[in-house]
Ligand binder design. Structure first.
Ligand SMILES: C[S@@+](CC[C@H](N)C(=O)[O-])C[C@H]1O[C@@H](n2cnc3c(N)ncnc32)[C@H](O)[C@@H]1O
Length: 274
């Protein structure tokens, strides 16, 4: 059984290895332009993207304002983003410990990063610090596990045929930001007022048959890969067979298309906190 000292290094290590395969499945790229709309950008806005991955958000934002910086804590993601968008600015940064000055951005953007932060409260405090008063923070997270076959089925199959106790470090509660009241409480504790919370329908078209499902779990996520890889190797074939069989239900003409709802949250920095 593996031993990881802490959740943050587990995530960092995992994302460093994920840059090459992450874009292949396009689970988030179709959502990014919708989330960027919520930023209500003007051409003079200075924007920071956190946890930018391969840079889709920064690229989309740059269509509205040239003053955008994409950041991620994984060096390999920054390398990938620079290769994909050589004209845009990217740099390595930990969302929980930003080096930028107080009140220095009009808007902060983060798609599907918050639920990977080891200390999301620290990251929210940093967002509040670097935003100017009245500045806007837009982020997305996946909908709660029970609304999402991708997470729900994995959880059911592991409960039935495997174990969650495989040495992965505990992270923060997965649904802290996908439940409206909890998200609002978390944001306001760090000086951010939630102004909009919207659950959105979405379909993840994997472009692949159900037989590829174990591979997809390993190539898009860090926790899902760990959860599969560290199962008892005698039980793993049954777990994978069951996952494939459960996702047959979502296969149409050889391609798995599953509901993959998400949440877009908008928050505003209310006053001068810093
Ligand atoms: C699911 S990916 C999202 C990437 C991209 N925003 C998108 O929507 O496709 C999560 C990203 O969060 C980054 N990440 C996780 N923890 C971070 C932290 N503390 N600071 C900055 N980036 C972090 C990972 O490196 C990874 O690129």
């Amino acid at each position: 059984m593996p031993i990881f000292s802490d959740f943050k290094s587990f995530e960092k290590d995992g994302w460093e290895q994920r840059a090459a395969t992450y874009g292949k499945w396009s689970a988030t790229s179709q959502i990014v332009p919708i989330a960027v709309e919520a930023l209500n950008l003007s051409s003079v806005d200075r924007v920071l993207e956190l946890a930018c991955g391969p840079g889709y958000g920064t690229s989309e934002i740059s269509k509205k304002t040239q003053d955008v910086l994409g950041t991620d804590f994984a060096d390999s993601m920054i390398t990938e983003a620079k290769a994909l968008y050589p004209d845009l600015e990217f740099e390595q940064a930990d969302a929980e410990n930003l080096k930028f000055s107080n009140n220095s951005f009009d808007k902060v953007f983060c798609t599907f990063g918050v639920l990977h932060f080891a200390h999301p409260d620290k990251a929210l405090r940093e967002v509040c610090r670097v935003l100017r008063p009245g500045g806007i923070f837009v982020f997305t997270v996946w909908a709660p596990v029970e609304k999402s076959p991708f997470f729900g089925i994995l959880s059911e199959v592991i409960s039935q045929l495997g174990s969650f106790d495989v040495g992965l470090p505990d992270g923060p509660p997965i649904d802290d930001f996908s439940v409206k009241d909890r998200a609002s409480t978390k944001l306001s504790a760090q000086g951010l007022l939630m102004t909009n919370f919207q659950m959105k329908d979405n379909v993840f078209d994997t472009g692949s048959p159900a037989s590829e499902i174990p591979k997809i779990y390993r190539e898009v996520g860090v926790r899902s890969k760990g959860l599969l890889d560290f199962q008892d190797q005698n039980k793993l074939p049954r777990i994978e067979t069951e996952l494939i069989s459960r996702f047959k239900e979502f296969e149409e003409e050889g391609t798995v298309k599953m509901p993959f709802p998400y949440v877009i949250v908008t928050a505003r920095k209310e006053q001068q906190h810093y």
